[in-house]
Design a protein around this ligand. Structure first.
Ligand SMILES: Nc1nc2c(ncn2[C@@H]2O[C@H](COP(=O)(O)OP(=O)(O)O)[C@@H](O)[C@H]2O)c(=O)[nH]1
Ligand SMILES: [Mg+2]
Length: 353
C-alpha cells in the first residue's frame, strides 16, 4: 500500500515534506501507524548530515543563514532542522529567533523546520531522526541539524549526524574550561565564530587554545590526520566559511572512502532501534491501565504492605500476560500492544544509549 504523500515528497514538493514531518511529529496512534508505513516506503537517498551545536548567542542562526546560502548558491539543496528541547519553555524556535534566516528561508533550494513544540527529548529525538530521513527522501543534499548546547541534545544530534560541528565564541583561557570534555570529544570541527573586527585576535587565540585541547584527546579511528580541528570563522563577514566547508567535505570524503560513514550509520541505526524499543516499553507503562496498576501498587509499597521488588515484578508479569491478569477496565482496548511506540513517555533517558 502506498501513501498520497510519497510521490510529491520524493519529487521534492516542500508542502508534502512539511506535512510528512508534521505526521511524524504526531503521537496519535493512527498518525504513528501511517508515519511508520510512510517511513518504510522512502527511497534510500542519502544526504550529508551535519550536526551543529552552540550556546544561544554564539551565532548559529547567522552562520546557518550564511553557510546555507553558500551551499544553495553552489546548487545544493539544504534542509535545516532544529532540536531544541527547551523551545516550549523559552517560547523560541529557530524561526522565532532574533536572527530568522530570512534569506535562506525564502531560497527555493532550502527547507527550514523549527523544533516541534514538544519539551520531551525522547519525542524530539524520534521526530528528528524521521525528519532527517524525510528530508533525504525529498532530495536534499545537506541536512543541517541545529541544537542549542543544553544537556543531552548535543549527544542526541551527534548520534544522528555524519559530522558534528561545534560553534564557539572567542573567549579567554578561563572560559575554555567551560566546554565539557564530553562535548569536545564529539566534535569533528570546532568553529570559533565572530572572528572579525575587535574580536579577531581573541578569536585566533581561542582557535589555537582549542586546537591544543583537541590534540590532547584520544585519537579516534574515524578521523584522518589533522582531525578534529579548529578554525576561525565569521558568519557576518563570511570569512572562513569556504574553508570550513572544504574541511567538512574533506572529512566526509575520507570517512566515506574508508567505510566509516557506513559503519557510523549502521551503529546509529542500531541505536535508533534500541531507543525505539525502550520508548515502546516505557509507553506501555504509560498506558492508562498500567498507570492505574502502578499507582495502586505504589500505594501498597509506600504503606509497607508490599516489597518494592515484588511490586515491580508484578507489573512486569502483568505486562507479559495482560490478559491472564486483567481486571475488566473501561479503557481495556487502549492498552493493546499497538500503543507501543506512540510517545507520551515522560522520560528523556529513553534516548540515551
Ligand atoms: N561580530 C559578529 N557577530 C555575530 C556573528 N555571528 C552572529 N553574530 C551576532 O551574534 C548575535 C547572535 O547571533 P544568532 O545567530 O542569533 O545566534 P544563535 O543564538 O546561536 O542562533 C546576533 O546579534 C548576531 O548578529 C559574527 O560572525 N560576528
Ligand atoms: Mg538561533
Amino acid at each position: 500500500m502506498t501513501d498520497d504523500l510519497l510521490e510529491p515528497l520524493v519529487r521534492g514538493d516542500r508542502r508534502a515534506l512539511s506535512r510528512a514531518i508534521t505526521l511524524v511529529e504526531s503521537t496519535r496512534p493512527d498518525h504513528r501507524d501511517r508515519a511508520q508505513r510512510l517511513m518504510a516506503l522512502l527511497p534510500d537517498r542519502q544526504a550529508l548530515r551535519i550536526g551543529m551545536s552552540g550556546t544561544p548567542g554564539v551565532g548559529k542562526s547567522t552562520f546557518i543563514e550564511a553557510f546555507g546560502l553558500r551551499l544553495t548558491g553552489a546548487g545544493l539543496r539544504v534542509a535545516v532542522l532544529a532540536v531544541d528541547p527547551s523551545s516550549t519553555r523559552s517560547g523560541g524556535s529557530i524561526l522565532g529567533d532574533k536572527t530568522r534566516m530570512d534569506l535562506l528561508s525564502r531560497d527555493p533550494r532550502a527547507f527550514i523546520r523549527p523544533s516541534p513544540s514538544s519539551a520531551q527529548l525522547g519525542g524530539v529525538a524520534r521526530r528528528t531522526r524521521e525528519a532527517v530521513r524525510l528530508c533525504e527522501a525529498a532530495g536534499h543534499d545537506i541536512v543541517l541539524i541545529e541544537t542549542v548546547g543544553v544537556g543531552q541534545s548535543e549527544t542526541l544530534v551527534a548520534q544522528m549526524s555524519d559530522l558534528f560541528v561545534l560553534l564557539l565564541a572567542p573567549a579567554g583561557g578561563d572560559e575554555l574550561q567551560g566546554v565539557k570534555r564530553g562535548i569536545m570529544e564529539m566534535a569533528d570541527l570546532i568553529l570559533v565564530n565572530k572572528a572579525d573586527g575587535a574580536l579577531l585576535s581573541t578569536a585566533r587565540r581561542t582557535v589555537a587554545d582549542y586546537a591544543g585541547a583537541l590534540r590532547l584527546l584520544r585519537k579516534r579511528e574515524h578521523d584522518p590526520d589533522g582531525f578534529p580541528r579548529a578554525l576561525p570563522v565569521s558568519a557576518t563577514t563570511g570569512a572562513g566559511l569556504d574553508e570550513a566547508w572544504a574541511q567538512m567535505q574533506a572529512l566526509a570524503a575520507w570517512r566515506r572512502e574508508h567505510g566509516h560513514l557506513d559503519r557510523l550509520r549502521a551503529g546509529q541505526a542500531r541505536d535508533w532501534f534500541l531507543s525505539e524499543l525502550r520508548a515502546g516499553l516505557l509507553a506501555r507503562l504509560d498506558a492508562p491501565a498500567a498507570r492505574a496498576r502502578i499507582a495502586d501498587l505504589g500505594g501498597q509499597v509506600a504503606a509497607g504492605h508490599l516489597a518494592p521488588g515484588l511490586a515491580a515484578q508484578q507489573v512486569l508479569d502483568w505486562l507479559d500476560h495482560p490478559d491472564a491478569l486483567r481486571v475488566p477496565a473501561p479503557h481495556a482496548s487502549r492498552e493493546s500492544p499497538r500503543m507501543a511506540g506512540t510517545g507520551g513517555i515522560p522520560d528523556a533517558r529513553s534516548d540515551r544509549s
